[in-house]
Structure formats: structure tokens, C-alpha cells
Design a protein around this ligand. Structure first.
Ligand SMILES: [Zn+2]
Length: 143
């Protein structure tokens, strides 16, 4: 039985990021490519395996950079994984774009300095329940 870092159970993606930033440490480096595909999206990036000692849980981090005309954009995804075995399978089967589309659980996204949760993954063949119960986005819209 493996644990999930409690960051992924939080409602507020910023608090989730703060938890990971404060507690998680890098335990493995996967670099920028593996098995003939990139482990990032856009122009450059890499994947690391993080470990949260507070939760005894692992997190796969994907860092991507987009080279703009004046400013670069930075995209970082945090995927809750069971350990290095699942991370290795994700590296093998899913490149930088595919993991963002196909990762089966909710994950944390940091875009420059903004934080958000991934679109709620569909559950089951109809996916209707998951879609209709996705996060209420109006709650934090400009008060
Ligand atoms: Zn944790």
C-alpha cells in the first residue's frame, strides 16, 4: 500500500504547492528525454521524482519551458504517483504532452506563478458524474 501526498487532497492548489515546496525533496532525476520522446512540453524541460517525507509519498514532477519573444513561460506539473515504478512506466509510455492528457488522477499545475488543478479526469465509460462534479470554478473568480 502506498500513500498519496496530502497536497493532492487539498482544495486550494496554492496550498498544495506550498506543501510540496516545503516538504518534498528530489530523489531521482529522469532528465529531458527517455525512450525516444521528450519528458516535457514546449521547448525544454525535465522530469524529477520527488518524495514527501511528511506523507511518505512520491510525486512525479514535469517541468517545461516555453521560449517567448521577450519572456519565457514556465509550466510545472506535479503528478501523485505510487513510487519509482509507476514513474518509470509513465516515462516509458507517456511523453510530455501525453501525460498531461492521460494521467488518470487529478494533478497540480503551476503556470508561471499561477496554480490550478488539472481538469477532472473522467471516471468510467460515461464520465458524466466526474464531469458534472468537477471543481466549482466560480468560487474563486474575481470577488
Ligand atoms: Zn506530502
Amino acid at each position: 500500500m502506498t500513500n498519496t501526498c496530502e497536497a493532492f487532497l487539498m482544495d486550494d492548489p496554492r496550498k498544495a504547492y506550498e506543501h510540496i515546496d516545503k516538504h518534498a525533496v528530489v530523489v531521482d532525476l529522469y532528465g529531458s528525454s527517455a525512450f525516444g520522446h521528450d519528458l516535457y512540453v514546449w521547448d525544454e524541460g525535465y522530469r524529477n521524482l520527488l518524495y514527501c517525507p511528511l506523507c511518505d509519498a512520491y510525486i512525479l514532477k514535469q517541468r517545461s519551458e516555453y521560449h517567448g519573444m521577450e519572456d519565457d513561460d514556465y509550466y510545472t506539473d506535479y503528478f501523485p504517483v505510487s513510487g519509482s515504478k509507476e514513474a518509470a512506466e509513465l516515462n516509458l509510455y507517456l511523453d510530455g504532452y501525453a501525460i498531461e492528457q492521460k494521467f488518470p488522477r487529478r494533478y497540480l499545475m503551476k503556470t508561471n506563478h499561477r496554480f490550478s488543478w488539472s481538469p477532472h479526469p473522467k471516471e468510467g465509460p460515461d464520465g458524466e458524474t466526474a464531469a458534472s462534479e468537477s471543481l466549482p470554478e466560480d468560487d474563486d473568480a474575481h470577488p
